[in-house]
Design a protein around this ligand. Structure first.
Ligand SMILES: *[C@@H]1O[C@H](CO)[C@@H](O)[C@H](O)[C@H]1NC(C)=O
Ligand SMILES: *[C@@H]1O[C@H](CO)[C@@H](O)[C@H](O)[C@H]1NC(C)=O
Ligand SMILES: *[C@@H]1O[C@H](CO)[C@@H](O)[C@H](O)[C@H]1NC(C)=O
Length: 409
């Protein structure tokens, strides 16, 4: 599939460049009437959001202050000053800006105004608060017509190389959602409309045969709904998953991925460990993802989430409803949700009473001695001192060929 570095590619690029020039000249000649009528026709035909610009969205915009999204929001209960202190420090030290959105206490959610099914779903107070807080953010994205946003829970952590990891993720997500050059209706993932007998297909991260996106470095915002970047377990889609597309973008020799004996797949399957070499990261469609600790929404994705989780029905906890919406289960329509194995964002577990880990789950009376973040090698939070001092002796709890720390719970 990949024909990079070949003479063919160079010729192709010259021809494509010529076509772009012709298009630019033509639109300049014909505008404004041409542009107006085209965009109104398109927006009438598609309810999805239009591309912001006609320029290719550079992969390097992932390095900007909002990680290549329009905004980064952090969900934080104002009382959790501890979470907010570390989150602000972590974001500043790894070079991005966050905007806080208030978390919600379940007790303030009035049962009378839940979506249909809400009384029967019997969510705990913590779950109700979490549902409302995530939905408030999706609604704000819709109200402010934000093109794309990353949403983080305030206790999540990431590798201090997050920007280069996200750049690689963006290369991968493009390969799954952008059409093949010269074939606008074809995707590299030929299993998008599943039929029987199809098997997972591996796509090389260096494949260059898809069209450059224009409205987002992660792929045009009308082509994806949700990027589930932080989870506590997800399945690698399998042939037996009847409807999930099976394309897998393979990132080999990723030194930020711990060796298998350090990886904890939590609620996900073990296919990554069983089928791929050490230090492989894989980007796929979501399948049975759990925990919503970091995800990006496109404007279309935010509208769909507001509809599914807010208007249509309340069936379970927010993360299960999101999973159902992504996987097309429980009567919900399947959306274009991508994820990454292992995840790029993960809960940080600080030293201290486990009761402080969550405002939802209950860990009464237990104490955590070893601060850790599962599956993340150069944890930003474990390296605050190094980042502040500018030293490079980073803490890595998951060194190759060494025993890991005891974090067995
Ligand atoms: C970062 O890049 C994205 C995508 O190009 C853009 O939407 C966003 O506005 C940029 N952020 C900043 C702070 O310039
Ligand atoms: C939302 O923004 C898009 C461009 O990103 C624009 O085309 C559209 O008209 C805007 N919609 C509203 C309701 O403001
Ligand atoms: C992969 O990592 C495991 C430890 O998790 C190690 O035992 C094995 O030798 C490694 N495989 C290769 C090919 O290096």
């Amino acid at each position: 599939m990949s024909f990079h570095n070949s003479l063919f590619t160079r010729r192709y690029m010259i021809v494509a460049g010529g076509l772009v020039m012709t298009f630019v000249l033509l639109s300049a000649l014909l505008s404004p009437s041409y542009t107006t009528s085209t965009s109104s026709r398109l927006s009438w035909a598609h309810p999805r959001v239009q591309a912001e610009t006609r320029h290719a969205a550079s992969l390097d915009s992932v390095f900007n202050e909002t990680l290549g999204f329009q905004k980064v929001f952090v969900l934080n209960l104002p009382a959790r000053t501890d979470h907010r202190d570390s989150m602000s420090l972590a974001a500043a030290l790894t070079g991005f800006q966050v905007e806080y959105a208030d978390g919600v206490l379940g007790a303030t959610v009035n049962d009378k105004y839940l979506p249909p099914g809400g009384e029967k779903a019997k969510l705990s107070e913590g779950m109700k608060g979490s549902w409302r807080a995530h939905l408030n953010i999706a609604r704000m994205i819709v109200e402010r017509n934000i093109t794309s946003a990353l949403i983080l829970e305030d206790d999540c952590d990431w590798d201090l190389r997050i920007k280069s990891q996200l750049r690689t993720f963006a290369k991968a997500s493009r390969l799954l959602v952008q059409p093949v050059r010269g074939a606008p209706s074809r995707l590299l993932d030929t299993t998008v409309h599943r039929h029987e007998g199809q098997k997972p297909i591996d796509i090389d991260i260096n494949d260059q045969s898809t069209v450059q996106p224009t409205s987002s470095p992660y792929g045009d915002v009308d082509k994806w709904d949700l990027l589930w970047l932080g989870h506590c377990g997800a399945n690698l889609p399998r042939a037996t998953d009847e409807t999930t597309p099976l394309g897998r973008v393979i990132i080999s020799n990723d030194e930020t991925v711990p060796q298998p004996h350090h990886l904890n797949m939590q609620f996900g399957n073990r296919d990554l460990l069983d089928e791929y070499a050490n230090h492989t990261r894989v980007v796929t469609r979501t399948r049975a993802n759990t925990c919503i600790l970091a995800y990006a929404l496109s404007q279309t994705g935010a509208r769909r989430m507001l509809h599914e989780l807010g208007v249509s029905k309340m069936s379970y906890n927010a993360d299960i409803m999101m999973r159902d919406m992504c996987d097309g289960l429980d009567g919900r329509k399947m959306q274009t949700c991508l994820t990454v194995h292992p995840q790029l964002f993960q809960h940080h577990r600080a030293r201290g009473p486990k009761a402080a880990f969550s405002d939802i789950a209950n860990h009464k009376g237990e104490y955590n001695d070893q601060a850790f973040t599962r599956n993340i090698r150069w944890s930003t939070r474990l390296n605050f001192q190094q980042l502040l001092d500018g030293t490079k002796d980073y803490v890595d709890l998951f060194r190759d060929n060494q025993k890991g720390p005891d974090i067995g719970f």
